[in-house]
Design a protein around this ligand. Structure first.
Ligand SMILES: *[C@@H]1O[C@H](CO)[C@@H](O)[C@H](O)[C@H]1NC(C)=O
Ligand SMILES: *[C@@H]1O[C@H](CO)[C@@H](O)[C@H](O)[C@H]1NC(C)=O
Ligand SMILES: *[C@@H]1O[C@H](CO)[C@@H](O)[C@H](O)[C@H]1NC(C)=O
Ligand SMILES: *[C@@H]1O[C@H](CO)[C@@H](O)[C@H](O)[C@H]1NC(C)=O
Length: 339
């Protein structure tokens, strides 16, 4: 008995020592990995331009918005892209209100071959809000197209039609200037996507970042839409009450979801717009925007989607602005009975 017990202790002791050694080795590995990462990330921050990313000047008296510098291209696309937005120069029609509104609705629009859903989109957004509600909303319509003739034509057309909304600050049209974008010929192909598609989604990331930077401080919240959606009646009140109930639950949230399709209907706080813009610019060539948003949501420790049901926005576009990309899957996310 004694003997076996001693043997048992001996084995036990040996295991303990082995365990301790493994534990120590693990600790050492962790320390080295940590040191390695620290040194390298410092290097990235020194070499890269992340921290140089443009900051707008504060909204000094809230009507006149000035911005620094002009757009600058950067040859090394691997470390992200430096974007500068001159809001005064970007604005075509409309004006900045003196006080913050509640919600900015960002809509990018491009020329599509032979068709446009934009007016229907705007009509549904306007039709389903009251005069009173429109004082709390800003629709920021971004002309994401390089064809100046088309931009002029579309902007002038809308100005004639919606003059009172531009006057009240409810509607903005803004665009980008030449030199806003990097050299798309030097992009690397990821996901085995065709070059044309990589260019399209890389530009889209920069377009979105441009919109987020432009929209800073206009409202308390920002929601991203597309130019080929339909809103459902009373959508604004539904958004408002969803934000309010989510806040009451003391849930930590970064992004609320009002449509299950890609980036459409994603809502963030004003304070997060610059972070979101920086994140998209850092990885604009690597992943589509909605993937990047998903990653950032996790980084911001929101691990679950917080989605309003039903979707408040329905996708109607069949012909995409990417040439040849037809969205065969026309998605009807909203319960039919609403219509
Ligand atoms: C937005 O407002 C905050 C707080 O007032 C200010 O620090 C920041 O510079 C403003 N940003 C822009 C782009 O106006
Ligand atoms: C607003 O800003 C502009 C330019 O900075 C300045 O000329 C103007 O006097 C300001 N207005 C008010 C009411 O502070
Ligand atoms: C667009 O409009 C602006 C201002 O009205 C004008 O200066 C410019 O020449 C126009 N461009 C085209 C291509 O029509
Ligand atoms: C620009 O847009 C106009 C108006 O839609 C169109 O007629 C013209 O062909 C376009 N130009 C290019 C280079 O796509």
């Amino acid at each position: 008995m004694k003997c076996s017990k001693r043997k048992y202790c001996h084995i036990c002791g040996e295991t303990l020592i082995k365990g301790a050694i493994i534990f120590l080795m693990l600790q050492i590995t962790v320390i080295f990995t940590y040191l390695y990462l620290t040194v390298n990330s410092t290097k990235v921050f020194k070499d890269g331009n992340y921290y140089k990313l443009f900051q707008n000047v504060p909204l000094s008296n809230e009507t006149k918005i000035e911005c620094l510098g002009e757009a600058k291209t950067q040859s090394d696309t691997a470390v992200g892209f430096q974007l500068k937005v001159n809001r005064d120069a970007a604005l075509i029609y409309g004006h900045f209100r003196k006080t913050k509104s509640f919600l900015t609705i960002g809509i990018p629009t491009m020329q599509r071959p032979g068709i446009s859903y934009l007016e229907k989109t705007l009509e549904s957004l306007i039709m389903f809000t009251s005069d009173q509600e429109r004082l709390e909303i800003v629709i920021a319509l971004y002309m994401a197209d390089g064809n100046q003739t088309w931009v002029n034509y579309t902007a002038n057309d809308l100005q004639k039609k919606y003059q009172k909304y531009f006057d009240s600050g409810f509607l903005h049209i803004f665009h980008y200037h030449e030199q806003t974008f990097p050299d798309f010929n030097s992009l690397s192909r990821t996901f085995n996507d065709a070059t044309e598609r990589v260019t399209w989604r890389s530009k889209q990331n920069i377009d979105y970042a441009y919109m987020f930077m432009y929209s800073q401080n206009i409202s308390e919240y920002y929601i991203q839409l597309e130019d080929d959606i339909q809103a459902i009646p009373n959508y604004f009140n539904k958004i408002k009450s969803f934000i309010s109930t989510t806040n009451k639950k003391r849930v930590k949230w970064f992004c609320l979801d009002f449509c299950s399709l890609g980036f459409v209907g994603k809502l963030v706080r004003n304070d997060e717009l610059l972070v979101l813009a920086k994140f998209l610019l850092m990885f604009y060539n690597d992943q589509p925007g909605d993937n990047l948003l998903g990653y950032l949501k996790h980084i911001k420790t929101q691990f679950k989607d917080i989605r309003h049901k039903p979707s408040l926005f329905q996708h109607v576009g069949v012909i995409s602005s990417l040439r040849g990309k037809r969205q065969f899957l026309q998605k009807w996310y909203i319960e039919k009975e609403i219509f």
